[in-house]
Design a protein around this ligand. Structure first.
Ligand SMILES: *[C@@H]1O[C@H](CO)[C@@H](O)[C@H](O)[C@H]1NC(C)=O
Ligand SMILES: *[C@@H]1O[C@H](CO)[C@@H](O)[C@H](O)[C@H]1NC(C)=O
Ligand SMILES: *[C@@H]1O[C@H](CO)[C@@H](O)[C@H](O)[C@H]1NC(C)=O
Ligand SMILES: *[C@@H]1O[C@H](CO)[C@@H](O)[C@H](O)[C@H]1NC(C)=O
Ligand SMILES: *[C@@H]1O[C@H](CO)[C@@H](O)[C@H](O)[C@H]1NC(C)=O
Ligand SMILES: *[C@@H]1O[C@H](CO)[C@@H](O)[C@H](O)[C@H]1NC(C)=O
Ligand SMILES: *[C@@H]1O[C@H](CO)[C@@H](O)[C@H](O)[C@H]1NC(C)=O
Ligand SMILES: *[C@@H]1O[C@H](CO)[C@@H](O)[C@H](O)[C@H]1NC(C)=O
Ligand SMILES: *[C@@H]1O[C@H](CO)[C@@H](O)[C@H](O)[C@H]1NC(C)=O
Length: 680
């Protein structure tokens, strides 16, 4: 059994940095099995990636997944969509209704296939955030019917195989919410009954090592069901009881930090220290790639950034290259060396881990000396520590003594100068199992016998603002996919095709409240946004059709949307809602329509059995709206604040609605000149 705190019996820290010898040796046994470093696509974090032009999209996917190229991730963890807001949007469920099954929705299947195509060894891990209401028999407790929930999850795993030939390796319980011991046991049993014994349960993607460890000790069936313990944002520490379970310990969601140079430092520290301090053998970053609109929650919190599908622009940032330092030079199934024999802290700050391949032919050391201020993550609090320049002697003993040369990859993080990332340096010649190194501050070093390391060079096109005018008739999207760029914040929108006319359109598909993840989904409105968060003077129009079964009673358009994600229903802006059954419309400055700026009737404008056109234009304090080209209002009392934001559309009540021909445009000069004598 490993001890969590390893004491290095070395010189007093007060002395000036002097040369200290660190011995690396595999002859007394190894540390834990390495399970791999991963990225998490969830909370609509890959929303915009799928829309990229193919050339840049392939470049990005190569940077993420292709072995010996870029980040070379070992694990891809994805959200099992639940039609519920899960941070930066909603992801579609494979079963909106009990009578529904569809494995073509959203972008996670696509992403998993692209990852597998590049690296057949990549491990896949699925986890739900929210669930369609029916899964919980319309309660807020997903464990209300455990068998039903287990089958819902098993269906997703089977769909991955039958529709996409994807084998899911790991499955989770409920992201950052309570687990249920009986359910975990039921899930294991249901997996086994469906010939899915190879799918391993990671539990429970929450924050508490000790609670699940205690449950593992007291419930033998639960113990058997749980393969590994996955905890979020552990701050590099696990617990004695977690270690005592003997199970693999994972940081199954970590990072969430903006991908600047400090983000890179955070990630480098975590990748080493999660094992040095916490014996965690896998670390998974949310997000894999920051591919949601800038201005949505946690903007830029990914290992690289790609939120401009219209320009093809993307940014390869420091955390991506930091990932490469470990990922290109060790694989799941390798073993860490033992603490004190190749894993530990340096006396004058920084840390090192070493890993060995199962055939004992390859050996890798990863060193980081990231200073405190250069490695602060979004959470948890990082107590101060110091790192100094130091000279270290590394002594390879036992079987390692035969190594005579190590390839060297180096990064230096800097706020003042451009960081140097993943630079190949002259190899180290090891004489008699020993070599000396000068370690500076904010450095990452990989020393390895692996000779396949490489650094991709890419020139992304320049950045451009969101294009206005913008038009989408959804004819270019594949059926059941999410509409390009339009990002659902409440409920689920997908592209469908009319089998008679072949016309493609989008449908709000969700009928009920989901089992919510973040506490704003229990609301009759559905909502989807598009554009950018700085649109001021803007027009939006869309066609809609309510001549369908289970239709909603109304739809709305909005501009200057200033709150998204879990705060969507608190948004201000301009909201133009029509309620055909009540034959009325409302213009309001709040999402819920509680504070009308104007109300009126829709008299003599037929809405049923046809496609209709709804339009809203806003400039300064002026707004103008029409239905089927008949003006409904022109008003000049739009609040100054918020002065800009996303535009959006949605449904006012529960139920389905079809939309088509979405347009964003500059407000029409003539309307505003004529009505208000303003030039916009
Ligand atoms: C949940 O609903 C289904 C379908 O109506 C029903 O068969 C099942 O018994 C319900 N489960 C519970 C625990 O009430
Ligand atoms: C069960 O899985 C194994 C291996 O994955 C496969 O060979 C076998 O055909 C499966 N059996 C059924 C009944 O699906
Ligand atoms: C390694 O150093 C860090 C930072 O100073 C410290 O928090 C951690 O406890 C140390 N770990 C061990 C195993 O000594
Ligand atoms: C680290 O950041 C803190 C707070 O921003 C600052 O006071 C301190 O001087 C910084 N330390 C170093 C070594 O840059
Ligand atoms: C560390 O060493 C580098 C390179 O020799 C030097 O530029 C830097 O000033 C040193 N930093 C400290 C804090 O001693
Ligand atoms: C659909 O694709 C065609 C052919 O590439 C293109 O000309 C057209 O502009 C696209 N339509 C939309 C709405 O993007
Ligand atoms: C398909 O389009 C036809 C012709 O407009 C219409 O009558 C029919 O209701 C549509 N079907 C669906 C499922 O929307
Ligand atoms: C409408 O809802 C009923 C159940 O309430 C369901 O049987 C029917 O299939 C639904 N139709 C559509 C198009 O969703
Ligand atoms: C949106 O604007 C309203 C009105 O100015 C303001 O009260 C609210 O704080 C803003 N919300 C956000 C998230 O900025």
């Amino acid at each position: 059994m490993y001890k969590i705190s390893i004491i290095l019996t070395l010189c007093a820290v007060k002395a000036p940095a002097s040369t200290i010898v660190y011995t690396f040796d595999t002859s007394q046994g190894l540390g834990r099995r390495f399970d791999g470093i991963g990225g998490l696509s969830a909370g609509a974090s890959s929303k915009l990636l799928v829309n990229y032009p193919e050339k840049q999209r392939d470049e990005i996917l190569d940077l993420l997944f292709r072995p010996n190229y870029g980040a070379n991730f070992h694990i891809l963890k994805v959200e099992i969509g639940g039609d519920a807001q899960s941070t930066d949007g909603t992801e579609a469920s494979h079963m909106h209704y009990p009578w529904d099954k569809n494995y073509q929705r959203g972008y996670e299947w696509w992403l998993m296939k692209e990852a597998k195509m590049r690296n057949p060894d990549i491990k896949l891990y699925g986890l739900p955030w929210g669930f369609p209401g029916w899964v919980a028999n319309y309660t807020e407790n997903p464990y209300a019917d455990r068998q039903q929930l287990a089958m819902y999850i098993v269906n997703w795993i089977k769909g991955a195989k039958t529709e996409h030939n994807l084998d899911i390796d790991y499955i989770g319980i409920w992201n950052e919410r309570k687990y249920d011991i009986e359910y975990v046991i039921t899930l294991r049993k249901t997996l086994d009954e469906n010939n899915l014994s190879s799918v391993l349960i990671i539990a429970a993607d929450d924050f508490n090592w000790d609670q699940i460890s205690a449950d593992i000790f007291t419930h033998p069936e639960f113990n058997k069901a749980v393969y590994g313990i996955g905890i979020h944002y552990p701050g590099t520490k696990s617990s004695v009881s977690a270690v005592d379970t003997g199970k693999p310990l994972w940081s199954s969601e970590d990072f969430s930090t903006v991908d600047d140079v400090v983000g890179g430092g955070c990630w480098a520290r975590l990748l080493n220290m999660n094992y040095v301090n916490g014996l965690m053998t896998s670390t998974i970053s949310w997000s894999l790639i920051a591919s949601w609109y800038n201005g949505l929650p946690y903007s830029g919190a990914g290992l690289m950034t790609a939120f401009e599908p219209w320009s093809g622009h993307y940014q390869v940032t420091t955390p991506l290259w930091v990932s490469a330092h470990t990922n290109q030079f060790a694989k799941p199934g390798w073993h860490y060396l033992a603490h004190g024999k190749g894993v530990g802290n340096f006396t004058f700050g920084g840390s090192f881990v070493s890993l060995q391949s199962p055939d004992e032919q390859d050996f890798t050391i990863v060193i980081e000396t990231i200073s405190h201020n250069m490695s602060v993550c979004i959470r948890p609090y990082l107590p101060p520590y110091t790192v100094q320049n130091q000279t270290v002697v590394i002594k390879l003993e036992g079987p390692l003594k035969i190594i005579n040369k190590l390839s060297v990859w180096y990064s230096k993080l800097s706020k003042e100068e451009p960081s140097s990332m993943l630079i190949q340096k002259t190899g180290i010649l090891v004489t008699d199992g020993q070599f000396q190194m000068d370690l500076g501050i904010d450095e990452i070093w990989t020393l390895t016998t692996v000779t396949t390391g490489a650094k991709a060079k890419r020139e992304p096109p320049p950045s451009k603002p969101f294009p206005v005018p913008y038009f989408d008739d959804f004819e270019n999207s594949s059926e059941f996919s999410e509409p390009n760029n339009l990002t659902p914040q409440l409920r689920s929108y997908e592209v469908l095709r009319n089998s008679t006319t072949q016309n493609q359109f989008i449908r709000q598909t969700s009928l009920h409240n989901p089992v919510e993840w973040c506490g704003n989904d229990n609301h009759p409105r559905s909502f989807a946004i598009i554009g950018s968060n700085d649109l001021k003077h803007i027009g939006i129009s869309v066609k809609f059709n309510l001549d369908i079964a289970n239709a909603t009673d109304g739809v709305f358009l909005s501009t200057r949307v200033n709150a998204t994600g879990c705060a969507s229903i608190q948004s201000s802006g301009v909201f133009f809602s029509i309620y055909p059954k009540l034959s009325k419309f409302v213009v309001s400055s709040d999402f819920e329509g509680l504070h009308p700026l104007q109300e009126g009737t829709l008299t003599k404008i037929p809405v049923y059995s046809r496609w209709n056109e709804l339009e809203l234009q806003v400039a300064g304090n002026y707004a103008w709206g029409s239905l089927n080209n008949k003006e409904l209002f022109d008003i000049n009392n739009i609040p100054d604040d918020p002065s800009m934001g996303f535009v959006g559309l949605g449904t006012t009540e529960y139920g389905l609605a079809d939309f088509d021909d979405l347009r964003l445009f500059e407000p029409k000069q003539d309307i505003f000149k004529l009505k208000f004598s303003v030039v916009v």
